[in-house]
Design a protein around this ligand. Structure first.
Ligand code: IMP
Length: 441
C-alpha cells in the first residue's frame, strides 16, 4: 500500500488543496504531477491562508517531501515568488521540495501567445484560459523543437539555446500579431539573463524526482498525489476543446509522475456538493438565475488564480459518475455542504435529454453536450447550518439523504464531508475503511 491520489471530479476548484494539506501528515511525499500556475490551491491553517500555484499542498508540514514531477509545467518567476512568499511564514522550500529536471518551463513567450490567442473562438466560444501560458507550453513540449526543460537551465549551452528559441519565438509571435512592446519582453537580451537568474535561484532544488519516488515506493513509503484542475478539464477525456492541456483526471497520475499504476491503491475523488466552472464550454446544469447568484455569493465562487466569477449550477451526477469511473475513484469527498444549507430546494441531475432521448452516458462531443438538457430530481433543502457539525451523526437527516443519493447515483461511497474552509470543518465518515484516512487532531 503506498499511493493515494486526490483528484478533482468536476471542472476544478473542488478544494483539493484543503484535503491534501489535511492528509499530508500521514504521507512521506506529496506529488504534483500535471498542470502549472493555472492551478490555485488554497490552504487555510489557523488564521493564515496560503494560495499555492505550483508548490504541492504538503509544504506546510516540515517532515513531508514535496515533489514537482515531470508532467508539471513551471513558470519559474511565479514559482520563485511562491517560495519567497512562504519564507517569512517559516516555510523553507529548499529543505523539503524538489523539482524534476524533466519538467518543462513556461517561458514568457508562452504567456504572450496565450494572451494573444485567448479570445479565439472555437465552436462559437472562446476557451477562456487562465492566460498562464499553459496550452502553448504543453504544445511546445509535444512539438519538442522549442521546448525548454528544467535540466536545460543547468547545462553549459543554456544561454545559446535560450537565445535561439527566443529569436525564433519572436518571429512566430510577431506573425501572430503580438504588439512590439510585448515582444520586448521575450527578446533574447531579456530572457537569457532571466533564465540565468532562475538557474541561480532554483538549481539546488532541481533533481531526479522520478528516481527518488520509485525508490520511495519500493521502500514502502507513502505517496500522496495531488491532482490539479478537474477531470472534466482533462485534455483527452474532458469537455474538449474546452479543457486544459494536461491529463487532469486520474489517468494522468502515472504519466505525469513517473510512478507506475501498481503503486496506486486509493483515489479520493473530490467534488463540490454543487457544480462550478470557470471559462467557456458546455455546462449542462448551469444556473443563470438568482439561485446561481446565491450559490456564487455563499460559496465565494471567484477564481483563485484569475479572480473571475465562477459559473454555478446543480450537482451533475452524470458527469461525476463518468469522471469517478474514469479516475478509479475509491471514495468521494463532498465539499461545500455548508453552502447548500441555505437553499430551500436542491436539484441533482440524474440523466440528460439529448435530442429527445434520455441518456446517462457523458457525451464526447461539446456540441452534443451543449444540446443536453438536465433531467433533475428535486430534494428538499434541510435549511439548517452545518458549519459546526463535526461528526456524521450530527448532520441533519436531510443533508444525509442528499449525500446518500449522490453516493447511489455516482456509485462510490462518500468518505469525506466538508462544511467550511477550515481544517477542522472536515468530517471523515469512514476513518476505519479501506482508505485508512485519519482525521487530523
Ligand atoms: P488553461 O489551463 O489556462 O489553458 O485554461 C483552460 C481552461 O481550463 C479554462 O476554461 C480555465 O478556466 C480552466 N482552468 C484551468 N485551470 C483551472 C483551475 O485550476 N480551476 C478551474 N478551472 C481551470
Amino acid at each position: 500500500m503506498s499511493g493515494t491520489c486526490v483528484i478533482g471530479l468536476q471542472w476544478g476548484d473542488e478544494a483539493k488543496g484543503k484535503l491534501v494539506d489535511l492528509l499530508a501528515p500521514q504521507f512521506d511525499y506529496v506529488v504534483r504531477y500535471q498542470g502549472g500556475a493555472n492551478a490555485g490551491h488554497t490552504v487555510v491553517a489557523g488564521s493564515e491562508t496560503y494560495k499555492l500555484h505550483h508548490i504541492p499542498s504538503g509544504i506546510l508540514h516540515p517532515h513531508v517531501k514535496n515533489m514537482i514531477t515531470p508532467g508539471v509545467v513551471i513558470n519559474p518567476t511565479t514559482l520563485i515568488a511562491e517560495i519567497d512568499g512562504l519564507a517569512p511564514r517559516g516555510v523553507n522550500c529548499a529543505e523539503n521540495m524538489l523539482i524534476s529536471e524533466r519538467a518543462h518551463l513556461v517561458m514568457p513567450w508562452h504567456i504572450a501567445e496565450d494572451r494573444q490567442t485567448n479570445a479565439t473562438e472555437v465552436r462559437g466560444e472562446s476557451i477562456g484560459t487562465t492566460n498562464r501560458g499553459i496550452g502553448p507550453c504543453y504544445r511546445d513540449k509535444v512539438g519538442r523543437t522549442h521546448a525548454i526543460r528544467m535540466t536545460d537551465l543547468l547545462q553549459p549551452e543554456r544561454d545559446e539555446r535560450i537565445r535561439t528559441v527566443a529569436e525564433q519565438k519572436t518571429k512566430i509571435l510577431r506573425s501572430l500579431g503580438v504588439p512590439e512592446e510585448e515582444l520586448q519582453q521575450i527578446a533574447p537580451d531579456v530572457v537569457v539573463p532571466l533564465a540565468a537568474s532562475w538557474a541561480k535561484r532554483l538549481s539546488a532544488m532541481i533533481g531526479d524526482t522520478t528516481e527518488i519516488l520509485l525508490d520511495a515506493a519500493e521502500a514502502d513509503k507513502k505517496l500522496l498525489f495531488e491532482g490539479a484542475q478537474g477531470a472534466l478539464l482533462d485534455i483527452d477525456h474532458g469537455t474538449y476543446p474546452f479543457v486544459t492541456s494536461s491529463n487532469s483526471s486520474g489517468v494522468g497520475i502515472c504519466a505525469g509522475s513517473g510512478i507506475p499504476p501498481k503503486w496506486i491503491d486509493h483515489v479520493l475523488g473530490v467534488c463540490k456538493a454543487y457544480s462550478t466552472r470557470v471559462g467557456g464550454g458546455p455546462f449542462v446544469t448551469e444556473l443563470e438565475d438568482a439561485v446561481g447568484d446565491q450559490i456564487r455569493k455563499l460559496g465565494n465562487e471567484y477564481g483563485t488564480t484569475t479572480g473571475r466569477p465562477r459559473r454555478c449550477g446543480w450537482f451533475d451526477a452524470v458527469a461525476v459518475r463518468y469522471t469517478a469511473r474514469l479516475s478509479g475513484v475509491t471514495r468521494l469527498a463532498l465539499m461545500m455542504m455548508d453552502v447548500l444549507a441555505h437553499l430551500d430546494e436542491l436539484k441533482v441531475c440524474v440523466a440528460y435529454e439529448l435530442d429527445g432521448q434520455r441518456i446517462t452516458r457523458f457525451p464526447g462531443h461539446a456540441d452534443q453536450l451543449r444540446r443536453c438538457k438536465p433531467i433533475y430530481e428535486t430534494i428538499e433543502g434541510w435549511k439548517e447550518p452545518v458549519d459546526d457539525v463535526r461528526s456524521v451523526d450530527d448532520f441533519p437527516e436531510g443533508a444525509l439523504a442528499y449525500v446518500r443519493r449522490i453516493e447511489e447515483l455516482v456509485g462510490v461511497p462518500v468518505g469525506v464531508l466538508s462544511v467550511g474552509p477550515d481544517r477542522a470543518q472536515t468530517i471523515f465518515t469512514d476513518a476505519s475503511s479501506v482508505l485508512k484516512l485519519q482525521p487530523v487532531a
